[in-house]
Design a protein around this ligand. Structure first.
Ligand SMILES: C[S@@+](CC[C@H](N)C(=O)[O-])C[C@H]1O[C@@H](n2cnc3c(N)ncnc32)[C@H](O)[C@@H]1O
Length: 156
C-alpha cells in the first residue's frame, strides 16, 4: 500500500496563501485538504483563479467544517504545526501518511483542534519572532517530512 503525506489548512483567512498551498500541492504531488469556512469567499472559480494553471495538477479536497474533516479524512496521524508545539521540528519524526495541519493566519487553531492532534510540531524561532507565514512554515515542515519518508522519490 502506497501511503501519501497530506497538507490540511484550517479555516484560512488569506486567499494568496491558499494559492501558495495549491501550488505547493501541485508541485510536490501532496493532496491538500481545505477545512472551511475560509475568511474569504470560496468557490471553485475563485480557487482556480488563485491557483492559475496549477489547479489541474493539485489534489484539493474541500471540507465544510472541522467536524466534516474529522469524519471524512483518511487515516494517518494529525500533525499540527503550531508555535506552541512541544516537539521541535529538528527532533520530530514523521510517517509517510502524516497529515500536516496548519492553523489560520489570524488565530492558529482553537483548543479542541489543538487537542485532537497526535503530534504538535514547532519550528524554533529566534527570540522576539512570533511566527512564520503559514505557507512558509508548511513548506519547511513538508520538506523535512518528505525527506524522512522517501517522499521525494516519486518526483522527477
Ligand atoms: C501566522 S501563524 C498563526 C499565528 C497565530 N497568531 C497563533 O498564535 O497561532 C499561522 C500558522 O502558521 C504555522 N506556523 C507559523 N509559525 C510557526 C512555527 N514557528 N512553528 C510551527 N508552525 C508555525 C501554524 O500552523 C500557524 O497556525
Amino acid at each position: 500500500v502506497v501511503k501519501f503525506m497530506r497538507l490540511a489548512l484550517y479555516e484560512p483567512d488569506i486567499p494568496h496563501n491558499l494559492g501558495a498551498f495549491i501550488r505547493l500541492s501541485a508541485g510536490l504531488g501532496v493532496p491538500l485538504d481545505v477545512i472551511e469556512p475560509c475568511g474569504f469567499p470560496v468557490d471553485d472559480k475563485r480557487i482556480r483563479r488563485a491557483a492559475m494553471d496549477y489547479y489541474d495538477l493539485a489534489t484539493l479536497v474541500r471540507h465544510a467544517s472541522w467536524a466534516a474533516f474529522r469524519r471524512d479524512r483518511p487515516p494517518g496521524r494529525l500533525v499540527l504545526l503550531t508555535t506552541t508545539g512541544a516537539q521541535r521540528l529538528p527532533d520530530a519524526t514523521f510517517r509517510p501518511d502524516d497529515i500536516l495541519l496548519l492553523g489560520r493566519e489570524s488565530a492558529g487553531v482553537p483548543p479542541e483542534v489543538h487537542a485532537a492532534a497526535d503530534l504538535r510540531v514547532r519550528i524554533p524561532l529566534q527570540a522576539g519572532a512570533r511566527s512564520l507565514n503559514v505557507a512558509l512554515a508548511a513548506s519547511m515542515v513538508l520538506s523535512e517530512a518528505l525527506r524522512q519518508t522517501s517522499g521525494f522519490e516519486k518526483l522527477a
